[in-house]
Ligand binder design. Structure first.
Ligand code: ATR
Length: 282
């Protein structure tokens, strides 16, 4: 049997629920790319060994997820501007024996809302949460010229993130989850915390939000969080986290293989996997 020409993977811990292998392999099949994408559970203490192993086995690149997005950096040879900006890596490519760290999370988010928002410059985005996910999204939106308001349970963390954005030349302010007029003129509202993963409501009212706002929750399982259900009831357009997952994967594909990723097939593969999961759960 002929060996597959290129090998890719995702490493993380836990990893068994990753939807990336299904998404990338469906993409390879649809375009006839001779490649295979696997997933590997890698404990934090084994990261250096795993990176050496992937290199020795001839992998062309891999995705990196929690908890390795920051700790992999010292193991790499160079970082792209996106990885430097985020201080985190979600995609690695081997090019001329060099390990290049890249980050497609923030730009993946930007691509996922681009069509709906129709332009970013001068528009207002409100972000709920100030963790790693929020940072990647915030920096990418600020680079597109959006004005940001970052709200977090722990206000100091939102203030720190605002400083990082300002340092990069972006415009941002911070606050807590208290109602304010920022809801009335938000063009985009993004929920980046883990609240909602277990069908719990977000501790914050959306009353008064502009109907023009696009509301995004980066959670994709459940498919529609209570937060998104409330936004929909108030007349807003909504998106779950599938778009961000899809486009971070599409950008990783393009970084590795060049050309355009087959986003329609990749999106369908994500949806199929999520539907199967819902059925299994009963
Ligand atoms: P990630 O990398 O997924 O963003 P993280 O860096 O641990 O994860 O950040 C988690 C985010 O979810 C933070 O903004 C956190 O708020 P705090 O900074 O106050 O901890 C937020 N978060 C988690 N649980 C929350 C809760 N029950 N209510 C409100 N915010 C919560």
């Amino acid at each position: 049997m002929l060996a597959v020409e290129k090998h890719y993977a995702v490493i993380g811990d836990p990893i068994q629920h990753s939807l990336s292998p299904g998404m990338h392999n469906a993409g390879y099949r649809s375009l006839g790319v001779d490649a295979e994408y696997s997933r590997f559970q890698v404990e934090a203490r084994r990261l250096a060994g795993a990176v050496e192993g992937l290199r020795a086995l001839g992998f062309s690149g891999w995705n990196v997820t929690l908890p390795h997005k920051e700790s992999i950096i010292p193991l790499l040879d160079t970082l792209t501007p996106q990885a430097k900006r985020a201080g985190a890596v979600n995609t690695v490519k081997i090019h001329e024996r060099q390990l290049i760290g890249h980050n497609t999370d923030g730009d993946g988010f930007v691509r996922s809302v681009e069509e709906d928002l129709k332009g970013f410059k001068g528009k207002k985005a409100v972000l709920l949460g100030a963790g790693g996910a929020s940072k990647g999204i915030a920096l990418a939106l600020a680079e597109q010229g959006m004005q940001l308001h970052i709200l977090n349970r722990t206000p100091e963390k939102a203030m720190e993130l605002v400083q990082v954005i300002q340092h990069e030349g972006g415009r941002a302010t911070s606050g807590t989850f208290a109602p304010g007029d920022w809801l009335e003129d938000a063009d985009l509202l993004v929920q980046t915390t883990s609240v909602g993963l277990y069908n719990e409501p977000f501790p914050f009212s959306l009353a008064g939000i502009s109907k023009q706002a696009l509301v995004v929750d980066i959670i994709f399982n459940p498919i529609e969080t209570i937060f998104l259900q409330e936004a929909k009831k108030l007349g807003c357009r909504t998106q779950n986290g599938i778009g961000m997952l899809l486009y971070q994967g599409a950008l990783a594909w393009e970084f590795w293989l060049g050309g355009k990723a087959p986003v329609a097939e990749m999106r369908q593969a994500l949806k199929n996997q999520l539907l199967q999961r819902t059925v299994y759960k009963g």
